[in-house]
Design a binder for this molecule. Structure first.
Ligand code: SAM
Length: 309
């Protein structure tokens, strides 16, 4: 029986509980969540998990995944951010293991996004790992995708068609280009003055301004891109493994409603502090798009064209 159901009409803009993900998700009404965005434990022996045999670890997620599909709206999306489980130097890419469970629930994979970053462990018997994956699934074919809200600048905004009937016309979109499915250490985004700049999404290490008391938090800007693209204002975003609330911050910062469950109380406390600071306007998050490259003034096709000014 579904006790203590959350009434999403009555729900405050945010509900973030120290709770087991399965128990919490059972309280969420069906078809009420527009985006499930999460990074589950990877079974790599962090303080918050017990390392198990890979098959056992994956099988344990099945009841939760059923619940997540149940709570998802028909036009909703699910983003599952994972890396590798590593055992005795052998890697097990978790997205490959999880894919079949989501597919068996009828979800459709829209992108397998590679999040590439520049720092991490240095390996000596294989190439050092520098990416993780976000599996983006939708529940149906009629899903929200706000491409214009997440466009990034073209590196060469002044580029023109060089043949055919459009020869000589600008070939790009004044709003920028599709950010593609490799979210690089360096990506690009147009800003107010429409100069082309190169931006990055680094992972959260000790010198990152968002770093909290969590060993594996992801950057708010990673969740923000999914929130902006896959939901509208007022929609509900749920993170079942909320950690220190990075997804919730991304949702609330962009006027969405946020639900989160997290088993470790210190993380929930730290996350609630972040949310309080967000509301007071004192939370430091890394700006969603930070410049690390500017074109030189004589770089002709990297400048914003006169026609778009
Ligand atoms: C990879 S971390 C997520 C970090 C989060 N994305 C952030 O930026 O803070 C996974 C989290 O899931 C939590 N967790 C593990 N099992 C859980 C469960 N059954 N229910 C709720 N939370 C759980 C862990 O304590 C850990 O904080």
């Amino acid at each position: 029986m579904r006790q203590l159901a959350l009434d999403l009409q009555e729900l405050p803009e945010c509900r973030y509980e120290c709770s087991d993900a399965l128990e919490f998700s059972r309280k969420i009404p069906g078809e009420s969540v527009k985006l499930v965005m999460t990074s589950p434990p990877y079974n790599i022996g962090k303080s918050y998990e017990t390392r198990r045999e890979i098959g056992e670890y994956i099988a344990d997620f099945e009841p939760l995944i059923s619940e997540l599909v149940r709570v998802l709206r028909d036009d909703g999306s699910l983003c599952w951010q994972v890396g590798n489980f590593v055992d005795d130097g052998e890697i097990f890419p978790l997205d490959i293991y999880f894919y079949h469970i989501f597919k068996s629930h009828g979800l459709k994979l829209r992108n397998r996004i590679i999040w590439h970053f520049g720092h991490g462990l240095h390996c000596s018997r294989r190439f050092s790992g520098r990416y993780e994956v976000i599996l983006w699934f939708t529940k149906s074919d009629s899903y929200t995708f706000n491409l214009d809200d997440v466009r990034i600048p073209s590196k060469y905004p002044g580029k023109k068609h060089f043949k055919g009937s459009k020869r000589g016309e600008l070939s790009g979109n004044p709003k920028g280009k599709n950010p593609e499915d490799v979210w690089e250490m360096t990506c690009e985004r147009l800003i107010d003055d429409w100069d082309a700049l190169i931006w990055d999404i680094p992972n959260v290490k000790s010198n990152h301004p968002e770093k909290m008391n969590h060993p594996c938090q992801y950057p708010v800007e990673l969740a923000e891109r999914c929130v902006l693209a896959l939901t509208d204002k007022g929609d509900c975003v749920y993170d079942p493994f909320a950690g220190v609330g990075s997804t919730l911050v991304a949702a609330l910062k962009n006027e969405r409603r946020a639900l989160g469950s997290e088993r470790v109380k210190e993380y929930v406390d730290a996350g609630n502090e972040r949310i309080d600071r967000l509301r007071e306007g004192t939370l430091i998050t890394r700006p969603i798009y930070r410049a690390i490259y500017e074109p030189s003034p004589d770089d002709k096709i990297a400048q914003r064209p006169e026609e778009w000014k």
